[in-house]
Design a protein around this ligand. Sequence first.
Ligand code: CA
Ligand code: CA
Length: 490
Amino acid sequence: MSKKTNMTILQGFEWYLPEDGNHWNLLAEKAKELHKMGITGIWLPPAYKGTGGIHDVGYGVYDMYDIGEFNQKGSIATKYGTKEEYLHAIKALQAAQIKVYADIVFNHRMGADDLEEVSACLDAGDNRNNQISDAHPILAWTKYTFPGRGGIYSDFTWNSSHFDGVDWDDREKRNGVFLFEGKNWESDVDKELGNYDYLMGADLDMTNQEVIDELDRWGKWYLEQTNIDGFRLDAVKHISFRFYLHWLTKLRKESGKELFSVAEYWNPEAAPLCEYLDASGHVTNLFDVPLHFNFYKASSSGGNFDMRTISSGTLIDSRPDYAVTFVDNHDTQPGQALESFIQTWFKPLAYAFILLRNTGIPCIFYGDLYGIPHDNIQPVKGLPELIKARNICAYGTQTDYFDHENVIGWTRSGSSAMPNSGMAVIMSDGASGNKYMCVGAEHAGETFVDLLGNHQEPIVLNEAGCGDFKVNGGSVSVYVPIAAYSQIIK
Ligand code: CA
Ligand code: CA
């Protein structure tokens, strides 16, 4: 996989978008504005009908052939709109030169149409390798017949043989992790809880050839229907590590498309992520979850974080060519399952870090760009400007000045192909400070100004192309050539 330093992805949703079926239309309307800002790709939320119908964010996946077309789970449209509106949004975004990435949820199914009697053992909740009951009959929601779709596009129906287990026995009205008799949890999954194959719903059995064939057929169908450019893969730590090597390789080969991919492997350590990359044949990029947690620690340490270690133990440090960097997402926002929201004061520092350095593909959170009205959270100040600065200025050699526990900085030398490029970034998690940094001799005598306006005073570089750059306490300043400043602030 080649390096894609000029890509900037937008996660095109947050958890609490209005349930008005209007999001696809809204994104279609924003397409040109996003392109102008410098967004090159957008990750759209799961587009298929979930068990919660119009209320489902998309991860409670029920029928993957229903992308807002059939009257199932109480509505035709999904939370985001109808199939027609989805396809229109994809076309509008692609027409604005934005690649569109679909969210793929293959770990589980939810909201089955019927019960089946299945023999199952109860697992210890904290150790899934430990069965604490003998096999006994339970009533499981595992029969998916999709009566509302009536066999259109696919006559495949699901039954208990396609799943490994569920978390509800409808006979005893009892919660628990139930492993079906004759089944094993996948062995190549995350090791948390002994074995983390099971997450929720009816868990797909990725060793069943009928399941693999069906997911292959669906992938081909989905690509033909939507003309999508790539994928965001949900919850891969709960899915056999070999599965996506098969699925993506086959789909790429058959379609002849590159099909960019980024997967969610939620773990604060880099080691399991590297293990996944190796086991899955580097078939996908991964979100840099450890970097998110470094930002979280730094933002919550009241200035006592050692900024020199901001990228320690991250994917951009160990596997930079496969890292998709992010600050927050729909799971880390307030009220959500993996809540670890970066504090407001630190957001511009974190975004400067992922947008203006030469490693990782940055992914901007919709809730940071547009705010989260549900929780009264405002858009991150200066974020559109930082995205523009990435495209106009963040080129050339990177020189790091990670030499102080509070104040760190770096410069980009710029590129002759980009006339207003080059920059100097300085940030502090503690007191205000300054740092002598060199952009490059070719910039001698040029005037640089802080794009974010945190420091009003222009800085004229000396004959060596260096200057003494200043930053306020708990802040970031991004100094760019004055011509770039006028280009960005319009
Ligand atoms: Ca699983
Ligand atoms: Ca499974």
